[in-house]
Design a protein around this ligand. Sequence first.
Ligand SMILES: Cc1cc2nc3c(=O)[nH]c(=O)nc-3n(C[C@H](O)[C@H](O)[C@H](O)COP(=O)(O)O)c2cc1C
Length: 199
Amino acid sequence: MPFRSIGRGTLLAPASLAMLGCAQEAGAPNIITVAWLGTVNSEPPMLSVSIRPGRFSYGIIDRTGEFTVNLVSRELLKAADFCGVRSGRDVDKFASCGLHALPAEGLTLAPCIQESPLYLSCLVRSKLELGSHHMFLAEIVAVGAQERLLDERGRLDLSRAGLMAYSHGEYVPVGGPEGFFGYSVARDEVLQRRMPGIR
Ligand SMILES: Cc1cc2nc3c(=O)[nH]c(=O)nc-3n(C[C@H](O)[C@H](O)[C@H](O)COP(=O)(O)O)c2cc1C
């Protein structure tokens, strides 16, 4: 028996790590760090994020129907942790972390975080009350990437972002590529062009 049962839990790892930007008409914009999020649809592009109803950000997102998902680089990690252990009820997280809120494409209220490598503008389409968390299903209406992530032909190179993920209570770096979509069946010339040296 190669496995020992260790109970049940949310051990899908690594999980994405992101900072959601949200804002209501009056008051400072807020940030909540989340790991319970994922891609759920391609056309239209959609993602899910599960938030406990007690969070300050939950009320804001529920009322306004919009938020940004800001990916977390190594440089942003300490701020991401802080925004996951302090509430916007008590602190201005943008000011405390030295972060800057910028208008997000396609949204009216929720800002993106200037210091994040890449953000997704999201509009809530529906909500599922699952239990401890309520899951928002949101359409991604725009994506903004830092110029430095684009190669000379304008293509997104995410390996330049130094992204972080969340794995069983710890933050781990997303390493460099070890393959690409379809590489197991790609022709040799494609392999050599896309990833020289790959086997
Ligand atoms: C790494 C990490 C991941 C988290 N993921 C979630 C999550 O997916 N959903 C959630 O409701 N809270 C999550 N939290 C907790 C919230 O970020 C935290 O309670 C935060 O203080 C809420 O801020 P707010 O009250 O300003 O909304 C996470 C915290 C950390 C540190």
